[in-house]
Design a protein around this ligand. Structure first.
Ligand code: HEC
Length: 170
């Protein structure tokens, strides 16, 4: 190696070394800064705070006389209100959905309690009558809409109303 090469090599090594040192310094600074800035965010995280509160939770608590209400409250487990699935009775369905036509025989509908009008229909057999009530049909007297137009009601509810109408009309 010539002296020139040697000189270049020395300078090059020095510069590279300096650059590496600067890079490492920046890295350390960045780690330090970054770690510190995220710390506040970590501490403020509700999930983290809940964990801390759980860890430092006192094991027991002294309740003095007069604290019973609070103790009872703590013991109550809160259960969310469950919606109650209600099934309407036959009479309810009739009064909601069928009475408009079957109450007064509107449009040729057999009236509730009219044993004469119902007698011939009952003679067809229950399955036919039930099918007509659920699916609707057009007969000699007029048009009976499917489920009396109340498609939101269940088959069970409509059949309950049929039972009710038949029991009131025979
Ligand atoms: C828009 C008027 C109307 C409404 C509402 C209505 N009906 Fe009818 N329904 C009729 C008519 C009209 C007939 C007779 C059709 C015929 O035989 O010509 C009939 C006939 C019937 C029959 C006899 C079927 C047969 O085979 O003879 C049943 C059962 C019946 N309806 C059940 C119901 C029920 C249950 C409801 C309520 C959920 C209801 N209807 C609501 C008009 C109605």
């Amino acid at each position: 190696m010539t002296t020139q090469d040697q000189q270049f090599f020395d300078t090059f090594t020095l510069v590279m070394g300096g650059l590496v040192a600067v890079a490492v310094a920046i890295l350390i600074l960045a780690l330090f800064q970054g770690g510190d800035s995220q710390r506040d965010a970590r501490m403020a995280d509700p999930a983290y705070q809940a964990k801390v509160l759980e860890r430092i939770r006192p094991l027991g608590r002294v309740r003095l006389p007069g604290d019973e209400a609070e103790a009872a409250q703590a013991a109550v487990t809160v259960t969310a209100a469950q919606p109650v699935a209600t099934v309407r009775t036959g009479a309810q369905v009739y009064n909601e959905a069928c009475v408009a036509c079957h109450g007064n025989g509107i449009g040729g509908a057999p009236k509730l309690g009219d044993t004469g009008a119902w007698g011939a229909r009952i003679a067809q057999g229950l399955p036919v009558i039930q099918g007509h009530a659920l699916e609707g049909y057009t007969g000699a007297q007029g048009y009976m809409p499917p489920k009396g137009g109340r498609l939101d009601m269940s088959d069970e509810e409509i059949l309950g109303a049929v039972d009710y109408m038949l029991s009131e009309s025979s």
